[in-house]
Design a protein around this ligand. Sequence first.
Ligand SMILES: [Zn+2]
Length: 125
Amino acid sequence: MLIRRELHRRGLRYRVNDRNLPGRPDIAFTSARVAVFIDGCFWHSCPDHGVLPRNNREWWRAKLTRNVARDREKDAELDTMGWVVVHVWEHEDPIRAVDVIEELWRSRRRSPARRAAMTPRPRVV
Ligand SMILES: [Zn+2]
């Protein structure tokens, strides 16, 4: 997967399909609590490319609607756990998606520098 490779190239480390997380995100950054789902245009009803198959239309409509509802449920569960959720459509430019993910990761991870900045300074007497 292009997105994973690019994230890795940029030095970001992540878990893949972590079973302990709701929805088993495609990519999860544990310390930053960023969960990424790469959504297929068909299975997740992309507004641009989501189509209903000609045969068994109603069955498909119900199934695809359930998929989307489940996505939102998992998002809500992750949100409750303090995670931020990113959904990337499979049709999206992977490099742009990685830019967004990296930005989020940077803003949310607890870097040593930030931790140091948060520790109380010695008081000047
Ligand atoms: Zn699409």
